[in-house]
Design a protein around this ligand. Structure first.
Ligand code: PMP
Length: 447
């Protein structure tokens, strides 16, 4: 009898059993080697089995693995809070630890609401988000998620939240330039705030570079500044969900740095402890936290918050990112990998778009590059290419969703320690997989 011990109740198909990881590679118990081309789900930013992180965790394990937050502060959590605050934009200096991305988003929403209450703004509760977007699996974060297959079944159990279109400029056919397109999408926020009634709107949440739902979607520069202005105009808090983009993934420590934006709250997880421990953080403006403390404190918390072992891992991960300049490597290797992925468009006319920042990169498959019409759903390309790559020892991450339509996109996001030689390896396997898919599906390939 098979015991379904693995966590994925999404499929009965068993997966290979993971044995160990080393650097950018993972090995299963049959000895097969995989390139972790998506860092799991954009998590393993510093690669696997980093000895300095493991040593730091072992040292902490010998001291204490748990101390309840209402009884003790712990040295690792204090140290990690200080390290994290030092990496945030000025003013965002209060760090609240959680165990993952959904919890970080939940914490951000509740912090925003409690802060509004301290300002006498009881009428503000709506959190506007984008469609498509992904903000987490818990019911609060799911209500902000614009990803119909995941949200629809639970709709009656969630408080519906307003959504505006994500800036999917690459699908637009108007004659606007980039700057104007960015402003066009930002104005949608202004219109939605007015339609909802500004006094009812608490916050706007966005992934600065879209992740799982949009495939490394970057807006034109004009978008970011205008969104900040609109939030300020109406006194609405701006939350950056940097769960995927944080910790160096896009070639800056947080993606907000690309545009010099200071959000009011930032959600972090994934690369923050890089898979060494379940950890996330909600970082908020100091004056907001002070106001909430004055009013009696934050009515929120998780038992495992600030876990010393997780925080010791987080400290060691941030030290690795700094000492190896992994943010710089993410920017440099990201440029290289993006150029190489763009190069694939010559050979494979069914690649419609290549996009992203740093090592959060994606390509999208289409049946016609001019119209950007997606491949027929029956081809199941988003699953098939992932399987073909997996057979060949390369892990990439895919979804079939894009602005209102369906489209097959693939995230290529190796650990930030990736080298040029390893990018060659990724590209060789990816090219081979694309060729195999083209043969199977009768898609055109240029010589
Ligand atoms: N926000 C974003 C932007 C994410 O990409 C994710 C995870 N894919 C989450 C939130 C939720 O994180 P978790 O799965 O750790 O709860």
């Amino acid at each position: 009898m098979t015991v379904m011990s693995h966590l994925f109740y999404q499929s009965r198909q068993p997966r290979p059993t993971l044995d160990y990881g080393k650097g950018i590679y993972l090995y299963d118990t049959d000895g097969k080697r995989y390139i972790d081309g998506s860092s799991g789900a954009m998590v393993s930013n510093i690669g696997h089995s980093n000895p300095r992180v493991l040593d730091a965790m072992k040292a902490q394990m010998d001291k204490a693995t748990f101390g309840y937050r209402l009884h003790f502060q712990t040295e690792p959590s204090e140290r990690l809070a200080a390290k994290t605050a030092a990496l945030m934009p000025k003013g965002l200096d209060r760090v609240f630890f959680v165990s993952g991305g959904s919890e970080a988003v939940e914490s951000a929403i509740k912090m925003a609401r409690q802060y509004a209450l301290t300002q006498g703004q009881d009428s503000r509760w709506k959190v506007i988000s984008r469609h498509p977007s992904y903000h987490g699996s818990t019911l609060g974060a799911l209500a902000l998620t614009g990803y119909d297959p995941l949200t629809k079944p639970f709709a009656p159990m969630m408080r519906e939240m307003p959504k505006i279109a994500a800036p999917t400029c690459y699908l637009d056919t108007d004659n606007l330039d980039d700057d104007q397109r960015g402003l066009k999408y930002a104005e949608m926020l202004r219109e939605e705030i007015i339609a909802q009634g500004p006094e009812s709107v608490l916050a706007f949440i966005m992934e600065p570079v879209g992740g799982a739902s949009t495939g490394a979607l970057v807006a034109p520069d004009s978008y970011y500044a205008r969104i900040r202005e609109i939030c300020d105009e109406f006194g609405i808090l701006l939350i950056y969900d940097e769960v995927m983009t944080g910790a160096g993934r896009t070639g800056k420590f947080i993606a907000a740095e690309h545009w010099g934006i200071t959000p009011d709250i930032i959600a972090l997880s994934k690369g923050f402890a890089a898979g060494y421990a379940p950890l996330g953080a909600m970082v908020a403006r100091g004056d907001m936290v002070e106001a909430v403390l004055d009013a009696g404190g934050f009515l929120h918390g998780y038992t495992y918050a600030g876990n010393p072992l997780a925080c010791a891992a987080g400290c060691a991960v941030l030290d690795e990112i700094a000492s190896q300049d992994l943010v710089g490597n993410s920017a440099a290797m990201g440029d290289l990998l993006k150029a190489r992925l763009t190069g694939l468009m010559d050979r494979f006319p069914f690649i419609g778009d290549v996009r992203g920042l740093g090592l959060l990169l994606a390509f999208e498959l289409v049946s016609d590059r001019k119209t950007m019409a997606p491949l027929p759903k029956e081809l199941n390309a988003y699953n098939r290419l992932v399987d073909l790559a997996y057979e060949r020892g390369l892990i990439i991450y895919s979804r079939r969703t894009r602005g209102g339509l369906e489209g097959d996109h693939f995230l290529v996001a190796p650990p930030l320690i990736v080298t040029e030689a390893q990018i060659d390896e990724i590209m060789a396997t990816l090219t081979d997989s694309l060729e195999a898919m083209a043969r199977e599906m009768n898609l055109p390939v240029n010589p």
